[in-house]
Design a protein around this ligand. Structure first.
Ligand code: NAG
Ligand code: NAG
Ligand code: NAG
Ligand code: NAG
Ligand code: NAG
Ligand code: NAG
Ligand code: NAG
Ligand code: NAG
Length: 719
């Protein structure tokens, strides 16, 4: 026993000799990339910090688990300059006399800085929990800066993820620069995994087909904080909690946004053991977005990991970059006699729908897709879980992304192909991904959050000019949303939009020359996109929003759209510019399309209204414009927003004058055949009218609107 102690003391002292002479850096001193011994080590030797080789002669300042002889293969937990590595010669980390900690490249340019200022004595040291701290030590200890506040792709026990931080995956296993998958609190207060690629951006966890509260998340706690402990318990302000498989033992742990898009909690007993995965967010790796690129399919085999393959008739675009996906082998024709459809069973493509059409047979859906030249194929789903069930649901697709084959999927995909079709080879071209991380042994999962049952199709229609996104005369936005269980098919176009560059939009609008309207939020211009589609481009006035915040709103706005009304194609957030790109639409198609929804009873319509209001409550504290259309009735349909409100008010006043209680009957959709709850209907109308009050201050907040709507419920409903 005594010998062992002596040995460890000896070992520790050896450490301190071989690493930087001191564990701290003070004003005026620096760490050089050239000196191999210029490494900080935490007091018990668990973590090290220093310049780490990331490429040919390229270094980043990093913190890693101090493993004996890990060489270039250490477990990195933080990096300062991941996107700007420095040269192997003359680069330095220096603590300046001003109190600023900087990394300078060989040419003395500053590639990274903490931008801290202090007149007193300052030192930098590495704590045993992996936190690198810059402290002001003259009057007690004051933290000027700490690495825990700026995570890269890893979170350590006791380190908090907050509204100001996010985990961003690395580009690949060996390339540490910022990749495309993110773990962060979105503006709905919920932790999400998002693929944020060069062209598209979409959330894939929790299941975007579910509303947050159905995924067990709380959208109303705005503290936005999450952390986990060394026993393996994770908790977050959005009510996400989980325990690792090996919960209870105090071992080394790290939560990492892996380069393959999965979020994993790793643990190991001691330095000589390998890391094992003790929890992961996605159990089906092919459901992670942005994996294979367009026109391809992801396949997962547990023993070998993920594979991507091109769809029949497509070929790999670039063998060195799988994210570019596949392109057609032949030029497509739009002529009806030259196209056919190839059935791919149990194949699912997520997002990028032209809309959804219920009770459309394969033939009807095919006809629809054939009419649209750019329709790439369609999805038919025949699911018991949908409501109404036992009817086919049709989803024509404008892009084929996030494709995968899942045995449990209750639907097929029909790919548009050239006709007469060349005999497609069943041995489609496959290209392997670098995915060995996926065959890491996963401990048997015990955590599984059961999802709420009660699947219900929501057909929601209401008008809401979130942030003044009312468009032309179509003030009403009508939004279709389907919920189902975990296998649920994503049919809301959750945040699947193209990100346009400002120069693209300038070109499309010929530098914003053709104005076609002016809304509360900004001007609308007509433009022609590079693919010849005619677009309406709205330039938002209030552009002081951050990109993430703006994108979150865009995704909500996107959910409020339907192809028959205004389809949103994308957005642009560059510098201070915030733009939305819509399908250009002539007036009048609203009425045409409202008739296609029917047979919703009052209960559902009311639930829809409440659900929608709740959804908006977290986004917007002010109810901007919000009208419930009691959509089937003709006077209410063709008249525009202003007139609908006036019409309703007149009906109400008229009734008051006549002391009549029957005004509701005059506005209700006759399709309901009198089957509705009068009290609730009155509340709906009252709330709707309050929300469109001309005086901004008289309008309730969205949250108050929800409360009013729920006033008549039994109190079990909480918001
Ligand atoms: C990592 O990827 C980025 C982005 O593709 C690239 O610019 C950089 O050169 C790569 N770094 C290394 C070391 O390969
Ligand atoms: C790096 O670590 C991984 C996993 O522990 C191992 O499979 C690989 O062989 C190591 N590479 C080198 C160069 O040591
Ligand atoms: C919000 O979450 C934090 C962190 O989990 C918790 O401490 C706080 O009590 C929560 N607030 C409410 C109102 O639930
Ligand atoms: C560390 O791991 C090694 C190899 O698995 C094992 O033999 C040893 O007992 C472990 N030590 C502790 C303290 O758990
Ligand atoms: C496809 O069309 C492009 C331009 O329309 C043309 O340049 C190209 O040769 C065509 N390719 C084939 C295989 O027909
Ligand atoms: C579906 O369409 C068929 C034939 O058009 C019709 O008979 C049936 O009632 C429809 N079902 C529903 C639920 O709309
Ligand atoms: C399918 O591909 C294989 C290998 O590429 C080839 O030998 C075979 O002739 C192809 N079959 C057809 C019908 O094109
Ligand atoms: C995981 O554990 C459950 C119950 O403890 C067991 O039924 C199942 O077979 C285990 N799965 C694996 C892959 O070991």
């Amino acid at each position: 026993m005594f010998l062992l102690q002596l040995f460890s003391v000896l070992l520790l002292s050896l450490y301190s000799i071989s690493s930087a002479s001191d564990h701290t850096l003070s004003k005026g001193s620096s760490l050089s990339v050239e000196n191999r011994n210029d490494v900080f080590t935490s007091p018990s030797g668990i973590f090290s910090a220093g310049f780490f080789l990331v490429g040919d002669d390229a270094y980043c300042f990093a913190i890693w688990f101090n493993e004996p002889s890990c060489g270039t293969n250490c477990t990195i937990v933080w990096m300062a300059n991941r996107d700007r590595p420095v040269n192997a010669k003359k680069s330095k980390l220096s603590l300046l006399y001003s109190g600023n900690l900087v990394i300078t490249d060989a040419d003395r340019s500053i590639v990274w800085a903490t931008n801290t200022v202090s007149q007193s004595s300052v030192n930098l040291h590495l704590h045993d929990n992996g936190n690198l701290l810059l402290c002001d030590t003259d009057y007690g200890v004051r933290i000027l800066w700490q690495s825990f506040d700026f995570p890269t792709d890893t979170l350590l026990p006791q380190q908090s993820l907050t509204k100001y931080s996010q985990l961003v995956s690395s580009r690949s296993r060996s390339n540490y620069s910022s990749g495309f998958h993110k773990f962060y609190f979105d503006s709905d207060n919920v932790l999400h995994l998002r693929f944020d690629g060069p062209d598209t951006s979409s959330i894939y966890w929790p299941d975007p087909g579910l509303l947050s509260w159905d995924a067990g998340r709380n959208t109303f706690n705005s503290s936005r904080i999450a952390f986990f402990d060394s026993f393996g318990k994770f908790s977050s302000s959005d009510d996400l909690t989980f325990r690792s498989e090996d919960y209870g033992t105090r071992v080394q742990r790290r939560l990492k946004m892996d380069f393959d898009g999965n979020l994993r909690l790793y643990s190991r007993e001691n330095r000589s053991n390998a890391w094992i995965v003790s929890w992961q967010a996605m159990s089906q790796p092919c459901r992670i977005h942005g994996i294979c690129g367009p026109n391809s399919m992801c396949n997962y085999v547990p023993s070998s990991g993920r594979k991507c393959s091109c769809l029949p008739g497509f070929k790999v675009r670039d063998h060195s970059d799988w994210s570019l996906g596949c392109e057609p082998e032949l030029n497509r024709s739009c002529s009806r006699d030259e196209i056919g459809y190839l059935q791919l069973t149990k194949v699912e493509f997520v997002g990028y729908d032209y809309g959804f059409f219920h009770n459309y047979t394969v033939q009807m859906c095919e006809e629809l897709c054939s009419q649209i030249c750019n329709c790439k194929g369609f999805q038919i789903i025949f699911s018991q879980r949908y409501y109404p069930s036992n009817i086919p649901y049709c989803y024509p697709k404008r892009a084929l992304l996030n494709g995968h084959n899942s045995p449990n999927f209750e639907g097929d995909f029909y790919l548009k192909v050239a006709e007469p079709s060349p005999s497609y080879n069943s041995t489609v071209e496959e290209f392997r991904l670098d995915c060995s991380v996926e065959v890491v042994k996963l401990l048997n999962r015990t955590y599984s959050k059961s999802l709420e049952n009660g699947s219900l199709n929501f057909v929601i229609w209401f008008a809401c000019g979130i942030g003044g996104v009312e468009f032309l005369v179509v003030f009403s936005v009508w939004f279709f949303l389907i919920r189902s269980q975990s296998e649920g098919y994503l049919c809301i176009e959750t945040t699947c939009f193209r990100k346009f560059t400002l120069s693209e939009l300038k070109k499309a609008t010929r530098v914003f020359s053709e104005g076609i309207g002016r809304g509360g939020g900004g001007n609308v211009y007509k433009g022609v996109l590079s693919d010849h589609r005619v677009a309406a481009i709205k330039q938002l006035n209030e552009a002081n929003q951050g990109e993430a915040e703006f994108r979150a709103e865009v995704s909500i706005i996107g959910k409020l759209n339907h192809m028959n009304l205004i389809e949103m194609w994308g957005y642009c957030a560059e510098g201070k510019n915030r733009l939305l790109v819509y399908q250009y639409m002539e007036h009048g198609s609203l009425a045409e399309n409202l008739s296609s929804i029917n047979s919703l009873d009052f209960e559902k319509r009311f639930n829809i209204a409440v659900g929608t209001a709740k959804g908006l409550a977290y986004l917007h504290e002010e109810c901007v414009e919000w009208v419930l259309h009691f959509t089937g009735r003709s006077p209410g349909i063709e008249i525009e927003h202003e007139r609908l409100v006036t019409w309703m008010r007149e009906k109400m006043e008229d009734a008051t004058v006549k002391h009549s209680n029957f005004w509701i009957e005059t506005i209700i959709d006759p399709k309901l055949e009198g089957k509705y709850d009068k009290d609730r209907m009155e509340i709906l109308v009252m709330v709707a009218l309050k929300c469109v009050n001309e005086d901004k201050d008289d309008r309730p907040t969205m949250r108050q609107a929800v409360e009013m709507l729920l006033l008549h419920e039994n109190g079990s409903e909480s918001i």
